[in-house]
Each structure stands twice: as structure tokens, then as C-alpha cells.
Design a protein around this ligand. Structure first.
Ligand code: PMP
Length: 285
């Protein structure tokens, strides 16, 4: 059976799920999206993802043509139709069909797309051995130009950084902000551990407010750890005891090498391992 894709209230076979080439989502990356996971038939932190989607839409003057409750129901219905209990959900809201000019006032109605599928995670050995990443030359978008807090369909900033990383043999890459501080990775937030404290760049560093980031901050604090959201430099990364990344697809993934510097003793550290276990418990219980 072919997977069904939701577009504006109707379900289509994956092969027939299509939108117009005049959609400004395609022509200009004019739209917003979310990547969400479902574990054991339950959507993880759905409310938080929907809040972020609505905030992203608000920031770009895009009115999502339904309520959050209706969206939640549409997501759950689409998962059910496809019989997916452990999967990945991609919600996309585009500006809709318009003319070839930029003016979004010519766009008729936003297109709401819900894809439910399975996610290809990083290879399992990465979670045991850890990831090697590099800093790339592509800076994260200046927050005053296009805020990284908006999860927009315009992901070129991240894609350019990803290409740089891949060309250096790294599947994830660290991006700095316009001040030279550590921002985040191309599709994951970054954390350090130093002297038992958990450190991560603040939202003002120009990053996406990751749902997994927030969950991990909560888990670390619940286990009695101090968590600081403070500006970090590459130097802080190099001298950290541990480093790990968080994201909906990646979950919690250890990093053991950055810019050819070994982090800690070159193996996933105890705090990282503990948070990986706690996150697994949170999502799988
Ligand atoms: N930063 C960026 C740029 C991302 O694309 C993502 C993935 N959505 C994240 C961080 C992690 O966010 P989340 O935990 O909400 O998936």
C-alpha cells in the first residue's frame, strides 16, 4: 500500500501528492515547516512543534488556515491511515499558488501538507562511537536578516553548510554566528559538558529553538545538573569534556572530534550517555 499524504484536507497516494509549480513555497522558499517524531503511536511534544510552526508562520505574515487542534487531529489521522506508530512527520505550510512575482498578496491560499513516513537516522555506530564534525565557513543567517528562529522553507543557509561539511567527510557541521560565536549545526542544536555543567548557546546566538534541545535541558536539570545557556566559542568546544547534538531526527548524538581536535578522551562521555538514556526513556516509555 502506498503511503498517503495529506494536502489541504485530502489524502493522496504518495505518487500523486503534488503541488503547483507556481506555489511560492517552491518559487521562493516562502513557507514554514516542522519535523516531528512519533514514538509508540504518540506524537512527541506535538504542542511545542505546533507552537513553533505557528510562531514561524506569524513571523512571515502567513496565516495557517486551520486551528492547532485541527492540525493536531490531521497529523494523528494521517499517521493512523498510514499505520505508522514510530515514524517521522513533516508538516509544511506554503504561501500557496501565486504569480511569478514576489508579491505574496497574489497567492490564493496556503497549502497545508502533512507527510508521515519513516526516518533514516544516523548509522547506529555513530551513537556508540560518536560523530566527527567541522566548523564550516558558511555563517548562520544574521538574526536581523532572517531569524534562525523561523523554521522556514528557505534552508539554503543550512544546505550550504551541510555541503561544506560533506565535502570534508562530515555528515554534520558546526556553524558560527555573525559574531563568531558557536550557533548550532545544520540540523541539530549543540551542547557541551564542562566540569559537570551542561552548556549550550542561547537563543540570542541566532539558533532554532529546538524542541529536543528544550527536552534535554529539562532532563539535565531534573537530574540535578546545572544547565547554562551562554555564548560559546570554538575554543569552548575544543576544551570541553563532552560535546553532543540534539534534534528531532538525531535525538541525542555524541560528538567526539571537532575541527580535528579530540573532545574529551575521544569517546562519548558519561553525561552524554546519561542524557541519551534519559531521552530514550522519555520518548519510549
Ligand atoms: N537547528 C536546526 C537548524 C534544525 O533544522 C533543527 C531540526 N529541526 C534543529 C536545530 C533541532 O530542532 P528540533 O529538536 O526541534 O528538531
Amino acid at each position: 500500500m502506498s503511503l498517503k499524504v495529506y494536502i489541504n484536507g485530502k489524502l493522496y497516494d504518495k505518487e500523486d501528492a503534488k503541488i503547483s509549480v507556481y506555489d511560492h513555497g517552491l518559487l521562493y522558499g516562502d513557507g514554514v515547516f516542522e519535523g516531528i517524531r512519533s514514538y509508540n503511536g504518540k506524537v512527541f511534544r506535538l504542542r511545542e512543534h505546533l507552537d513553533r510552526l505557528w510562531n514561524s508562520a506569524k513571523a512571515i505574515w502567513l496565516q495557517i488556515p486551520m486551528s492547532k487542534d485541527e492540525m493536531a487531529k490531521a497529523i494523528e489521522d494521517t499517521l493512523r491511515v498510514n499505520r505508522i506508530s514510530d515514524g517521522y512527520i513533516r508538516v509544511v505550510v506554503t504561501r500557496g499558488v501565486g504569480t511569478l512575482g514576489l508579491d505574496p498578496n497574489h497567492c490564493q491560499e496556503p497549502q497545508v501538507i502533512i507527510i508521515t513516513d519513516y526516518i533514516a537516522l544516523y548509522p547506529p555506530e555513530i551513537y556508540e562511537k560518536g560523530l566527527e564534525i567541522i566548523t564550516v565557513s558558511t555563517l548562520r543567517n544574521h538574526p536581523a536578516a532572517l531569524s534562525p528562529r523561523i523554521k522556514s522553507l528557505n534552508y539554503l543557509n543550512n544546505i550550504l553548510a551541510k555541503i561544506e561539511g560533506l565535502q570534508a567527510g562530515c555528515i554534520e557541521a558546526m556553524m558560527l554566528n555573525h559574531k563568531g560565536e558557536v550557533a548550532e549545526c545544520t540540523g541539530d542544536n549543540l551542547f557541551l559538558v564542562r566540569n559537570g555543567r551542561v552548556l549550550t548557546p542561547p537563543i540570542e546566538a541566532g539558533i532554532l529553538e529546538g524542541v529536543t534541545r528544550q527536552a534535554v535541558i529539562e532532563l539535565a536539570r531534573e537530574s540535578g545538573r546545572e544547565v547554562l545557556e551562554i555564548p560559546l566559542t570554538k575554543h569552548d568546544v575544543y576544551i570541553a569534556d563532552e560535546c553532543f547534538l540534539t534534534g528531532t531526527a538525531a535525538e541525542v548524538v555524541p560528538v567526539v572530534k571537532v575541527d580535528s581536535r579530540t573532545i574529551g578522551d575521544g569517546r562519548p562521555g558519561p553525561v552524554t550517555k546519561e542524557l541519551m538514556a534519559r531521552f530514550r526513556q522519555l520518548t519510549r516509555s
